[in-house]
Design a protein around this ligand. Structure first.
Ligand SMILES: [Zn+2]
Length: 387
């Protein structure tokens, strides 16, 4: 008996989450859309919607009837009174906070640059940023963290990040939960970004896709069959450590010729500087990388990237690759070249064509992805809306 009771309750929570997802991500606008999408009865949908309207999660407005249809209908939307979400991005250079609704409309954001920091200082910065977001709006359903890896997302711990001022085993979820008494979900930055793009961005409709982040290393987040792809201790696939040269230099991971030894921001800067003789920021170099003097170097970069990406595609059979972080600076011509090279290398090239694009939310994909770690938990019923 108990088991049935629990299942019915779980279903209720999951259905509420699904309704919110379909409305927040723009996939449905009316009760009829929800009936078609979810395969539930009109009565069941009507009950869920009524509950969500009463709780101020949803709002509805009357649509002007068309002459042809002549009937009144109402359009559903996320209520401005619905609880917001805090997203926190933690990477080597900065900590950033964002406060947004479940449609990713941002109402507050702030960033703090970091360098040579202790774990105690870092914790204080995270606390202060979250406090500032809560001071802006305290009606918040949780804190989602998007964090450089490696991350144990089950425990919410940043385990052993390389080159991170000696900080290790930072129990992010526990620290934030204890301080703010809010649910916390932690995931790797590119995984969070992939989730964000899958729900709201250019990954919509792609059940098997990947976000590749180009920065100090090369990271990725993979969505497979509409779910985040992970493995042992919830560790995520590491595209940066796919070897593209078995006789290459030894990497910190122990392998040789790893992709991120060739494609990382410092290496790219060195190559640009060697060609043009001027020291610039990577963004400045990328703004002129369409010039012919860089074409050989850029083509080599796309060759190497395509090698690592196509190996990953052959393992997971993905049909969309989004190139994020510094990759959002790449000119379209090189994204097209990358797409061409990937499609030359994949095994299923006869029956599958891989698309390469930038994230819809550009360089903000990973930050907004932080918030999506909470939003997704609500959508899939893991975090319930109280009854
Ligand atoms: Zn490696």
């Amino acid at each position: 008996m108990q088991r049935f009771g629990r299942n019915a309750y779980d279903n209720k929570i999951m259905n509420r989450g699904k309704v919110l997802e379909l409305i927040a991500t723009g996939r449905c606008r009316t009760r009829n859309d929800l009936v078609r999408s979810m395969g539930l009865t009109k009565m069941a949908i009507s009950n869920i919607v009524t509950e969500l309207l009463e709780k101020d999660f949803l709002t509805e407005e009357e649509k002007t009837p068309s002459k042809k249809a002549g009937r009144r209908s109402t359009v559903l939307a996320i209520s401005p009174k619905a609880p917001k979400v805090i997203g926190l991005l933690l990477v080597r250079e900065r900590v950033e906070v964002v406060l947004c609704d479940s449609c990713l409309n941002v109402s507050f954001r702030k960033s703090v640059l970091i360098n040579q920091i202790t774990d105690q200082d870092l914790i204080q910065i995270m606390f202060t940023l979250v406090e500032e977001a809560l001071a802006f709006d305290s009606n918040v359903m949780g804190i989602g963290v998007s964090c450089m890896g490696p991350v144990d997302s089950e425990k919410g711990v940043l385990t052993e990040p390389p080159y991170f001022y000696g900080i290790r085993n930072l129990p992010i979820a526990k620290l934030l939960e204890t301080r703010f008494s809010l649910p916390v979900r932690v995931n790797q930055d590119n995984v969070s970004g992939a989730l964000e793009e899958y729900l709201y961005g250019n990954g919509k409709g792609h059940e098997n896709m990947m976000l590749v982040g180009l920065e100090r290393g090369v990271g990725c987040g993979i969505i497979q069959h509409g779910q985040i792809r992970d493995g042992f201790r919830s560790f995520k696939p590491e595209i940066g450590h796919v070897s593209i040269d078995v006789k290459g230099r030894r990497c910190v991971c122990g392998n040789r010729g790893c992709l991120e030894m060739y494609i990382n921001s410092e290496e790219m800067k060195k190559q640009f500087e060697k060609i043009c003789g001027i020291k610039e920021e990577l963004a400045d170099y990328y703004s002129i990388c369409h010039e012919s003097q860089f074409s050989e170097m850029m083509e080599d970069m796309m060759e190497k990237l395509s090698s690592g990406i196509s190996t990953t595609i052959n393992l997971f059979n993905l049909d969309l690759v989004l190139i994020g972080y510094d990759g959002v600076l790449l000119p379209e011509k090189y994204l097209n070249l990358l797409q061409e090279k990937i499609n030359e290398k994949i095994f299923y090239s006869d029956s599958m064509r891989v698309i390469v694009r930038k994230p819809y939310y550009g360089a903000d994909a990973q930050l907004l992805g932080g918030a999506c770690n909470i939003i997704h938990a609500v959508f899939n019923g893991e975090l319930g809306i109280d009854s």
